[in-house]
Design a protein around this ligand. Structure first.
Ligand code: ADP
Ligand code: ASP
Ligand code: MG
Length: 395
């Protein structure tokens, strides 16, 4: 009978030192000894990608996108080799593969590429030889042979895409928290772990900044029904399972997106600024037509790129943070949420909603206290418990 196949992904903190790489190796060995075939995806050691970005920016504030990908892909290459060496040394034959060697083909969008296809034959061949296969996360190769990267946090997407292509029995994302919480547990101490979260809610959480999963990984897993679990490298438990196509509960969680930038512009140049953004591929989160001013909201790191083309058209620029309530009926919360914030002297700069989310733009220094307030008010443990029960029934 064919052995089960598991894809395990280990993030930056999990491979952050040689000692931690040994811990990771032990997880892999446990899976292998339980008679599984194991494919592993690794991120760069923690801090490494930032260090490489910083080196590049010492040369050019907007580095050449192709060369930046060549540089950043080196981070994952270091961890994959160290992990393969560790496993081999421990007596478990392993082989590391770069994105190109694993034949992960992407489009040409440097720094934010999308995986188009994976030819799994090199991995299958190694699995047949009973090897543990270690693949560098976050990278691929274009049809014309250039290295690409998948956007920050992209190793999750490598893992899910490989799990889909290999028809793995489960894709396990090992990280530094023991699952998916109702809000980032580093910000809201009373946040609780969700044993199960449905795909639409997880998609909305990831889209609005919950970096525990890279957004394309959630979309890919949802579309291809890849069994996806988030769990801790450092604390053994079942973690959280992402499962189910329906968003069942009114407020399931809160997501925080920091480092956004509100660019205020004079009304006559608003349209041309929007066009420039489109031309150079900058996503605009929203265009705000306030009674007293006009502005666009983009990611902070897109601003240096935009600054090059705006040249003097920016009247004013502020860093802002976005706090999003995710769930089926969040739109209905707007009024009570605004009064709650006002009661605590926190002013909302702007608000935007869609069918599963209500986002409030805030000054960065207010976002943590606002998250705690909203969590206390709308995400009662009993509600979360209800939602778990519902999911348990759904099986
Ligand atoms: P990795 O390096 O393993 O990919 P990340 O730093 O990308 O890890 O993602 C894990 C982090 O995501 C956690 O340390 C936590 O601070 C943050 N996070 C944000 N929102 C959530 C959430 N809802 N549940 C769990 N973790 C979250
Ligand atoms: N190393 C990359 C990053 O820091 C990819 C990842 O960690 O998933 O964004
Ligand atoms: Mg990550």
């Amino acid at each position: 009978m064919k052995k089960p196949l598991i894809v395990q992904k280990f993030g930056g903190t999990s491979v952050g030192s040689i000692e931690r790489i040994h811990q990771v190796a032990q997880h892999i060995i446990n899976a292998k000894n339980s008679d599984n075939q194991v494919v592993v995806v690794v991120s760069a050691m923690s801090g490494e990608t930032n260090r490489l970005v910083d080196l590049a920016q010492q040369i050019d504030s907007v580095p050449n996108a192709r060369e930046l990908d060549v540089l950043l892909s080196a981070g994952e290459q270091v961890s994959m080799a160290l992990l393969a060496m560790t496993l081999n040394k421990m007596g478990y034959p392993s082989r590391s593969l770069t994105g190109a060697q694993a034949r992960i083909v992407t489009d040409e969008q440097h720094n934010d590429a999308t995986i188009k296809q994976i030819d799994v034959s090199p991995i299958l061949k190694l699995l047949e030889q009973d090897q543990i296969v270690i693949v560098a996360g976050f990278q691929g190769i274009t049809e014309s042979g250039d290295i690409t990267t998948l956007g920050r946090g992209g190793s999750d997407t490598t893992a899910v895409a490989l799990a889909g292509a290999l028809q793995a029995d489960e894709c396990q994302i090992f990280t530094d928290v023991d699952g998916i919480y109702t809000c980032d547990p580093r910000v809201v101490e009373s946040a609780h772990k969700l044993e199960v979260i449905d795909f639409p809610s997880m998609e909305s959480m990831a889209r609005h900044g919950a970096k525990v999963l890279h957004l394309p990984s959630v979309l890919h897993a949802w579309e291809n029904q890849v069994p996806l679990r988030v769990l801790s490298t450092f604390d053994v438990n079942q973690g959280s399972l992402v499962k189910g196509d329906e968003c069942l509960h009114s407020v399931c969680g809160l997501a925080i997106q920091r480092d956004m930038c509100l660019i205020k512009v004079a009304k006559p140049v608003l349209i041309s600024v929007e066009k420039q953004c489109q031309l150079i591929g900058i996503d605009i989160w929203d265009v705000i037509e306030h009674p007293e001013w006009f502005g666009i909201v983009v990611k902070q790191d897109a601003f240096s790129k935009l600054e090059l083309v705006l040249q003097g058209k920016v009247a004013d620029r502020h860093q802002i943070s976005l706090l999003t309530a995710v769930g089926a009926n969040t739109q209905e919360l707007a009024e009570s949420l605004n009064s709650l914030l006002a009661e605590h002297k926190i002013s909302a700069i702007h608000q935007k909603s869609d069918e599963r989310s209500l986002t409030t733009a805030l000054l960065p220094e207010c976002v943590n206290s606002a998250a705690n307030l909203l969590h206390q008010a709308y995400i009662m443990p009993s509600k979360a418990h209800d939602c778990l029960q519902k999911h348990a029934y759904l099986g």
